[in-house]
Design a protein around this ligand. Structure first.
Ligand code: PAF
Length: 287
């Protein structure tokens, strides 16, 4: 496995790379969730490129991008074991060359609600860096996790507008206690982690309510909220039920059978110990 840092080194490595090229974009602090993305890319690609870049443009101003965990040696070891061929670990000047205006990428209507509303500018930053990575790496396909459900849909729409690459969804990887893997979990105290477990339990309650025959979004929401209220209070930002394809919200009284996507997306965002956690699941709808 090779590690490259500059545009020139990347271009040289890609000139001899076997196609199809699969890209797994990351911000580092790799964990088993990233390993699942890399393994999925490995199974379908001649060359697997993992990008590791903490993108300042997707952080709110004032948040400490510099404090984001960085450990290239540990990340390289995990990526190699999971099946990566090439790590692209650029610095800020490589992604955003001084004097060059980055492409102005509109993340589109899928970016307006949920994380888009909670974190203004976040998806514009994601769409910009993903566009730059797609342009530099020229992947045939890229892999994204289902935990970041809205990001996944924003990137799918972005790739569709560009005419590629193909975007593959990879299911959320969870710890044994159910918490979705996230680089942020290390910042949870033991009691915060126990509180955070209400999030996957609420998604499970939503899934069970749906399986038991709930016919409205309100019934699903009530089941999830009951679970969220059982333990110590977490700071709930949203519990959202939406059309999976368009992220259009589904009103509590709306019969689920009228959901046109054929699938609901349930997303939860909450803050525990000052750590913003998000999680999601989809539920099929027969209509
Ligand atoms: O999901 C992430 O880690 C980031 O948002 C991404 C896609 C690598 C863009 O910086």
């Amino acid at each position: 496995m090779q590690i490259v840092r500059t545009r020139e080194e990347l271009a040289a490595a890609l000139r001899v790379a076997e196609r199809p090229i699969g890209l797994v974009p990351t911000m580092g602090a790799l964990h088993s969730g990233h390993a699942a993305l890399i393994a999925a890319a490995r199974a379908a690609s001649g060359t697997v490129v993992v990008s590791i870049y903490v993108n300042p443009r997707q952080f709110a101003s004032g948040t400490d991008v510099a404090a984001y965990p960085r450990d290239l040696d540990a990340d390289a070891a995990l990526a190699r074991t999971a099946g990566a061929d090439l790590i692209f670990a650029p610095d800020d000047a490589t992604i955003y060359p001084p004097g060059e205006t980055p492409p102005a990428i509109d993340p589109g209507p899928l970016a307006v609600r949920l994380e888009g509303a909670a974190r203004p500018g976040h998806f514009a930053g994601v769409a910009t860096v993903v566009t730059i990575l797609f342009d530099l790496v020229t992947p045939d396909a890229a892999w994204f996790g289902e935990k970041d459900a809205q990001q996944l849909r924003v990137v799918e729409a972005l790739a569709q507008r560009r005419g590629g690459p193909a975007i593959h969804r990879v299911p959320t990887v969870r710890d044994a206690d159910g918490l979705a893997l996230s680089s942020r979990n290390v910042r949870l105290t033991p009691s915060g982690r126990a509180t955070a477990l209400a999030i996957p339990r609420a998604l499970q309650a939503a899934t069970s309510a749906h399986a038991s025959g709930a016919t409205t979004a309100g019934e699903i929401r009530a089941a999830a909220l009951a679970e969220l209220r059982k333990g110590p209070a977490l700071n709930l930002d949203y519990l959202d039920i939406a059309e999976s394809a368009t992220l259009a919200p589904i009103a509590d009284e709306q019969p689920l059978a009228t959901a046109v996507s054929g699938e609901l997306l349930i997303t939860i965002a909450a803050v525990v110990d000052g750590v913003r956690l998000i999680d999601a699941c989809t539920l099929p709808v027969a209509n």
